[in-house]
Design a protein around this ligand. Structure first.
Ligand SMILES: NC(=O)c1ccc[n+]([C@@H]2O[C@H](COP(=O)([O-])OP(=O)(O)OC[C@H]3O[C@@H](n4cnc5c(N)ncnc54)[C@H](OP(=O)(O)O)[C@@H]3O)[C@@H](O)[C@H]2O)c1
Length: 277
């Protein structure tokens, strides 16, 4: 059966390669992207290689208001979503700020997706069997939950990797808590580390850091293949609250399995987004 699959950040890297996998099998893919020009090129490329319907929705995770408006557009246009892939993400060498004043990794990688997911949950529940897939990272091991750092202005001693890692820990904690909330329902929530992937993610890194990282990079087709299985395979229909991994063993940190910490993060985040729900 053909599925309707909504992917954030689907105009590049892992998101685009994942969309390729789906359209080649005739599934309906909705690309949720901030850059409509790049997204239009991605759409044309996808239509040239597959038979699945391809739609675009403009989504800028940098602003909670824009996330809310984009989610409203999805809610008004579609009857159901079978698979939600929360893929968009960035890594920022410099301390950067979202439109709402949040540190950018927290705001874009986590909080924007948190609001996006809460708003879209009702339409995923309309699927016969809905699946939510969160792109986390092995980098979550280096993360922590420090609410005092959520606002960019409070980050006095900004360091890129712990900040990125914290957002990926937040993605994983959210996936795990959502899984417990969804137990017994027709929707699952799972997360993955895609491996160290040759994508545009590392475009901001200084050359020496990129040279180091590039020694271990794998093609985006590898995580795309895992995401496809998580999205479509019968094996994954009943898996809920799992953490999968490409390239490395799927070891989730003790912190990421702490449901009290996950609930703490959820409550704080809910307060931050509730006016947009
Ligand atoms: N690559 C890796 O080694 C690696 C490892 C672990 C985890 N991950 C995770 O995998 C996911 C995909 O990464 P990738 O490697 O495919 O990176 P990528 O090639 O840089 O693609 C990232 C995508 O996210 C989009 N994006 C960035 N900021 C956005 C915003 N404010 N609003 C909406 N979309 C935004 C980008 O859109 P634009 O084109 O407009 O910038 C792009 O489509 C990320 O969540 C990342 O953390 C990647």
């Amino acid at each position: 059966m053909k599925k309707t699959i909504l992917i954030t950040g689907a105009n590049a890297g892992i998101g685009l390669t994942t969309a390729e996998e789906f359209v080649k099998e005739g599934h309906h893919v909705i690309l949720a992207c901030r850059n409509l020009e790049k997204a239009e090129q991605a759409k044309q490329h996808l239509q040239s290689i597959g038979t699945g319907q391809v739609d675009l929705v403009q989504l800028d995770l940098n602003s909670l208001e824009k996330v809310s408006l984009a989610a409203d557009e999805v809610l008004s246009k579609y009857s159901h979503i079978d698979v939600l892939v929360n893929n968009a993400g960035l890594i920022s060498q410099n301390l950067d700020i979202t439109e709402d004043g949040f540190e950018k990794h927290f705001g874009v990688n986590f909080l924007g997706h948190f609001l996006w997911t809460l708003k879209l949950l009702p339409i995923v529940k309309k699927s016969v069997q809905g699946r939510i897939i969160h792109l986390s990272s092995i980098g979550h091991w280096g993360g922590s939950i420090q609410p005092e750092k959520f606002l960019a202005k409070n980050n006095k001693h900004y360091i890129m990797f712990p900040s990125y890692g914290s957002s990926k820990l937040q993605n994983l904690l959210f996936s795990n808590l959502l899984a417990t909330q969804l137990e017994g329902s027709n929707v699952t929530s799972n997360a993955l580390h895609p491996g160290a992937v040759d994508s545009e993610l590392y475009r901001q890194l200084p050359k020496f850091q990129y040279a180091f990282v590039s020694l271990v990079l794998i093609p985006p087709s590898k995580p795309a293949n895992l995401i496809k299985r998580m999205a479509l395979d019968e094996d994954w229909a009943t898996k809920n609250g799992e953490y999968a991994s490409v390239q490395t063993p799927a070891w989730a940190s003790k912190k990421s399995k702490d449901l009290k910490l996950a609930q703490y993060l959820y409550d704080l985040s809910y307060d931050l987004v509730k006016t947009y729900l």
